[in-house]
Write a protein that binds this ligand. Structure first.
Ligand SMILES: *[C@@H]1O[C@H](CO)[C@@H](O)[C@H](O)[C@H]1NC(C)=O
Ligand SMILES: *[C@@H]1O[C@H](CO)[C@@H](O)[C@H](O)[C@H]1NC(C)=O
Ligand SMILES: *[C@@H]1O[C@H](CO)[C@@H](O)[C@H](O)[C@H]1NC(C)=O
Ligand SMILES: *[C@@H]1O[C@H](CO)[C@@H](O)[C@H](O)[C@H]1NC(C)=O
Ligand SMILES: *[C@@H]1O[C@H](CO)[C@@H](O)[C@H](O)[C@H]1NC(C)=O
Length: 666
């Protein structure tokens, strides 16, 4: 992916407490502690410097404690240490012995003698203080006390400190490296200090002998006292979003090769960074976000869905983001995009929360487009509270309303007979149980709707009554935009860069789509837009109507998964009894479209809520495994706020719960 994974010089172990593993020619390095297997990364750029004589040249860990207290005692230090340990997976007290400690406290604070004993007992070798602190009680200890810049304002947490030949002490941030064993990421990223964290750099380092990407996560402690609402939230970013200083590949080696590092972060991502979130790496996507099965990923190896036997599909295109959120406790949310299901389907297949917001709710500049008329920015989360919080913050100030007022929840649960019951009765029981809960807890009522019959009775346009024809027209929306905005410019740039090599190599789906698109005209495209809008108008007039009092006159319930049957990443397994292809055919084969098209075509918001799991006997492990079940809820455009309020309500009554990482969501 255009990434230079530098193979680095393994250097000899340094003096305790840290062992240097590798360092780049530029000076970034990784290290471990003798007492743990964790690996840490200290990027090149320093965040703070000061001059000080007599400091060791080799890097040492620096712990920063922060307290408003004016009296520093052993018990205060112990409780800070315990509280930091419980909040963070990066810092722990084993960084203290032989290392440096800085205490950020009021300038007139004093240490008592118990504090001096605590420093000695915990093995701290260097104490940094900012001039105002009375250090007289430390005079008898063996601790090297360094005076440094009183203007410093380091966040609490873990750093490295080293002394340059020029007599300057440099302090750099430390990230813990987690191994991406599910191959969900393309590369890890760290913010470049001093760029308001809008510029990032790829982590071009790995431990010799391994293939997996290393993902750097910042200390949770860096966010302490940071007032920004998403301070320290760790985010995986789909590889169609631009992140200044890194490559956007769109899942394509050719695209990454010719465009290289991008110069500006996408507006939608800037918004998250301004709120305090930290991008920890780029996640895999199907090429240019086109639909693709796992075996159709050619340039990029398809990520591993951790659920069940670990051999199930996670759909596309946001499969890297979905796999990552279901796999890694150390990751908070992952960004995807949803054109015709690319957040909702992967969310259902990995059992995570997922949202497709009202169409138009995000400025998507700096994001590789697919079908402008249907593209949305969405994300995945394991925790319902965080899911609601981020949805509110990210889509706030949207160009279109996403939080229309409502006085009460709708009472109608729209249950489309076209898609229910799902194939696995155990999964259907989960849907029925969820609906029963909405009925008993919130006074809602299940209303049966036959969408095909409603279409047949209401619309006159024959293409809207013919799901094959409608799908072809819907595909045109994506193919025209993708070909004109991605395919043609890529070909031109590629040919200029590599004359005589013909067309850039592409994965089968975009390649075929681009070939089909050569004769598409602007008129063909407008015809497809008109048809899409005709369906939208039908849907919002006859099925899911906007409502003054409840925002949406009903909430439609849908399955975005596979009806509770396993769908494997290996194609041949999906025709075996008990398994299924990813695209479940519509029961009855009526004049209806795949259920994931509804919200996309009508511009509706949709949320996926993990509510349960069903068992299957795996063709891979030969034993019983569990696969997750999401209930998806759709409302009229602008009712995102109402759906999120419903998720909050469901969390309150224990129906929407957090999901676990790994083989089982629950
Ligand atoms: C390090 O890894 C080994 C082998 O996986 C394990 O036995 C050991 O407990 C680990 N040590 C720590 C401190 O986590
Ligand atoms: C829905 O309507 C279609 C066409 O009008 C009909 O063929 C189908 O049987 C109906 N489905 C159900 C479950 O009633
Ligand atoms: C539905 O559309 C497809 C594709 O355009 C076409 O081949 C088929 O004949 C149509 N079916 C009907 C019943 O009109
Ligand atoms: C595009 O138009 C040309 C000229 O009419 C024709 O030869 C070619 O087959 C068409 N290609 C596609 C993919 O429709
Ligand atoms: C919608 O607005 C209400 C009232 O201002 C607020 O409480 C709620 O958090 C908002 N929801 C979203 C999704 O922004």
């Amino acid at each position: 992916m255009g990434l230079k994974h530098l193979l680095l010089t393994a250097t000899a172990a340094l003096a305790a407490p840290i062992s240097l593993l590798t360092s780049t020619s530029t000076g970034a390095f990784t290290f471990t502690l003798p007492s743990s297997n964790a690996t840490y990364y200290s990027p090149l750029a320093h965040i703070h410097t000061f001059s000080s004589p007599s400091f060791p040249t080799s890097p040492l860990p620096l712990t920063v404690f922060k307290t408003p207290s004016k009296l520093i005692t052993a018990s205060l230090l112990s409780s800070l240490s315990a509280s930091y340990t419980s909040q963070d997976d990066v810092w722990n007290p084993s960084f203290l012995p032989g290392g440096a400690l800085a205490i950020s406290c009021p300038e007139d604070a004093v240490f008592d003698s118990s504090a001096a004993d605590w420093f000695v007992k915990s093995g701290v070798k260097h104490l940094l203080h900012s001039g105002g602190i009375d250090t007289s009680t430390l005079s008898k200890s063996s601790i090297n006390v360094l005076l440094q810049d009183p203007k410093w304002n380091l966040k609490p947490g873990l750093y490295t400190i080293s002394f340059t030949a020029e007599g300057v002490v440099q302090i750099r941030e430390v990230y813990r490296l987690y191994r991406d064993s599910y191959e969900a990421f393309l590369f890890g990223t760290t913010p470049v200090p001093g760029t308001k964290a809008m510029r990032y750099e790829a982590v071009e380092i790995f431990i010799p002998g391994t293939q997996d990407v290393w993902v750097p996560v910042p200390s949770r402690l860096y966010a302490l006292g940071d007032e920004r609402p998403l301070a320290g939230v760790r985010v995986g970013l789909k590889d169609i979003y631009d992140l200044e200083g890194t490559v956007t590949g769109g899942g394509s080696r050719s695209y990454a090769e010719v465009y290289g590092v991008v110069g500006e972060t996408a507006v939608s991502v800037k918004r998250l960074v301004e709120l305090g979130a930290v991008m920890v790496g780029k996640t895999k996507t199907s090429q240019f976000a086109h639909g693709a099965d796992p075996w159709q990923f050619v340039d990029v190896h398809y990520p591993w869905n951790p659920r069940g036997d670990g051999y199930l599909t996670a759909a596309s295109s946001s499969s890297g983001s979905a796999a990552a959120i279901a796999a890694y406790e150390w990751l908070d949310i992952t960004i995807g995009s949803d054109t015709r299901g690319s957040v909702r389907k992967p969310a259902a297949l990995v059992g995570s929360y997922g949202i497709r917001p009202t169409w138009g709710s995000m400025d998507l500049s700096g994001v590789i487009p697919l079908a402008t008329e249907m593209d949305t920015a969405g994300f995945f989360a394991r925790d319902p509270e965080l899911f609601v919080k981020i949805s509110k913050l990210w889509f706030e100030d949207a160009p279109v309303p996403v939080n229309k007022t409502f006085a009460a929840f709708p009472t109608k649960i729209i249950y489309p007979l076209d898609y229910f019951p799902v194939k696995n009765p155990a999964a259907q029981a989960i849907f029925d149980g969820f609906i029963a809960t909405l009925e008993t807890e919130l006074g809602m009522v299940r209303t049966l709707v036959n969408l095909s019959a409603t279409i047949a009775a209401t619309v006159s346009n024959p293409i809207l009554k013919n799901s094959t024809a409608f799908q072809l027209s819907s595909n045109r929306l994506a193919e025209y935009v993708s070909y004109n905005q991605v395919g043609i410019p890529l070909s031109k740039t590629w040919n200029a860069a590599f004359p005589g090599t013909g067309a850039p190599p592409l994965d089968p789906n975009p390649r075929n789509a681009f070939r089909r698109s050569v004769n598409l005209t602007e008129d063909d495209y407008q015809t497809a837009v008109t048809l899409k809008n005709e369906f939208r108008d039908f849907f919002l007039t006859n099925v899911l109507r906007p409502d003054e009092k409840t925002c949406s006159d009903g909430i439609m319930v849908l399955d975005m998964g596979t009806g509770g049957l396993p769908s494997y990443r290996e194609q041949a397994l999906n025709s075996l009894p008990g398994a299924t292809a990813l695209s479940v055919t519509v029961p009855g084969g009526g004049p209806n479209m795949p259920s994931n098209y509804l919200a996309s075509t009508a511009g509706c918001p949709q949320v996926g809520i993990p509510v349960g799991q069903v068992s299957y006997v795996s063709e891979i492990s030969g034993q019983e495994e569990m696969l997750p079940i999401n209930v998806d809820l759709v409302a009229a455009p602008g009712c995102d706020g109402m759906l999120l309020a419903l998720v909050e309500k469901l969390a309150e009554i224990g129906v929407a719960r957090g999901v676990k990482v790994g083989r089982r969501a629950f």
